[in-house]
Design a protein around this ligand. Structure first.
Ligand SMILES: C[S@@+](CC[C@H](N)C(=O)[O-])C[C@H]1O[C@@H](n2cnc3c(N)ncnc32)[C@H](O)[C@@H]1O
Length: 356
């Protein structure tokens, strides 16, 4: 078995582990002294060999039914596109990390209604209802385009609304997400941010914890802190952190960010994704931005924002000089390596600033 085959076999094996057992298996692989690398490779080879000998064809079908394509070309394997090399390549680029993150996303979906909002967010729901264009909330970390299509096919969601009730005269609904999507977060940690070894990241309004989990698996940040004022979302994040054993680097605080001066002052990277607009009254938004402006002063620290700082502050007519506070870093999308499925339009909303 060469390196690529070994990598494929490991990913395929992990793809079959139930979501309950996956964190334990990963932890065991990371820490077990009984499992030297050589022994582990032999085990995997044995596993792969047994598969080939016994029920490879059946197994291949079973995996492809679960959306996992087996990376080898068994005789009789029904590769969906009849092009096994493409399947192999695709499988090899799906890393362990993505398997863990997909499993987290499934866990979160099972705990939340389709719109991924909780009862205590009645004000936010009202704000969304009052937007000019009819808008639905679809959490991009939980539902990618394919998942939204499935929901639409099942009649649980619609991409359009009716202009004159009962007719075919429809218009597209606006979609709003309260979380970054996985491709956006991979872009942030793999392409936009520098090496975070020894650094501290703070997600202001961490909600489901998407930024923190992706930061855990795709960066070397020493500390990933989330501050979230909503208790229900904090409990949900705690469950995930415990289940996947992320406690060594992730910590979530249930608090108003305006009471977390020290976290703001110490952070090296601060994420502010549509943080206040849908959740706070204008006066509270103004107070929160003023507090951030006063406390995010560590020279060279980075701010990730959606939308731009000027747009968020402009709506509140605050007396904050953005150009004196930070310098925008050009993400220069033409020069970063983008995976096939990346939505370039979505990235154009993400802004990176360096504190002066
Ligand atoms: C749009 S979500 C951001 C989700 C997450 N950061 C991400 O990018 O995936 C904004 C979150 O900020 C929280 N929030 C709003 N104002 C806050 C405040 N003053 N302190 C702490 N959390 C706040 C809201 O409850 C909401 O869950």
């Amino acid at each position: 078995m060469d390196f690529a085959e070994a990598q494929g076999a490991i990913l395929s094996l992990l793809g079959q582990v139930s979501s309950d057992a996956l964190p334990k298996v990963i932890h065991w692989m990371k820490t077990s002294t009984a499992l030297s690398l050589l022994a582990f490779m032999k085990l995997l080879f044995l596993y792969w060999y047994l598969l080939v000998l016994f029920d490879a064809k059946e197994h291949c079908r079973h995996l492809s039914k679960r959306g996992i394509r087996y990376p080898f070309n068994f005789t009789g394997c029904e590769c969906p596109r009849g092009d096994t090399w493409k399947c192999e390549l695709e499988d090899l680029t799906t890393s362990n990390n993505d398997i863990i993150l997909k499993s987290i996303s499934e866990d979160l979906r099972s705990c939340l209604p389709v719109e991924a909002m909780v009862g205590t967010e009645s004000r936010t729901m009202q704000v969304i209802r009052n937007l000019k264009t009819p808008t639905v909330h679809v959490d991009a970390f939980l539902y990618d385009e394919e998942a939204v299509d499935s929901l639409c096919a099942e009649g649980k969601m619609s991409r359009n609304y009716c202009l004159s009730c009962g007719s075919k005269n429809t218009a597209p609904l606006d979609f709003l997400s309260h979380s970054f999507s996985l491709p956006e977060l991979r872009f942030l940690f793999q392409n936009a941010l520098p090496d975070l070894a020894g650094k501290t990241l703070l997600d202001v309004g961490s909600r489901l914890g998407a930024v923190l989990y992706v930061g855990y698996v795709y960066s070397s940040a020493s500390h990933l802190y989330g501050v979230e004022m909503n208790a229900e979302f904090c409990n949900l994040q705690e469950k995930i952190i415990q289940k996947y054993q992320f406690e060594d680097r992730i910590k979530v605080y249930q608090a108003d960010i305006c009471n977390q001066k020290a976290l703001l002052q110490e952070a090296d990277v601060v994420v502010l994704n549509n943080v206040f607009e849908y959740f706070l009254e204008k006066e509270e938004q103004a107070k929160a931005w003023t507090f951030l402006n006063e406390n995010l002063r560590k020279k060279g620290s980075l701010l990730i924002t959606v939308p731009t700082l000027k747009e968020s502050l402009g709506k509140l007519q605050l007396n904050i000089n953005v150009d004196h506070w930070v310098e925008e870093v050009d993400l220069d999308l033409d020069h970063v390596y983008l995976r096939e499925e990346v939505d370039e339009q979505a990235h154009s909303d993400i802004h990176l600033y360096c504190v002066r």
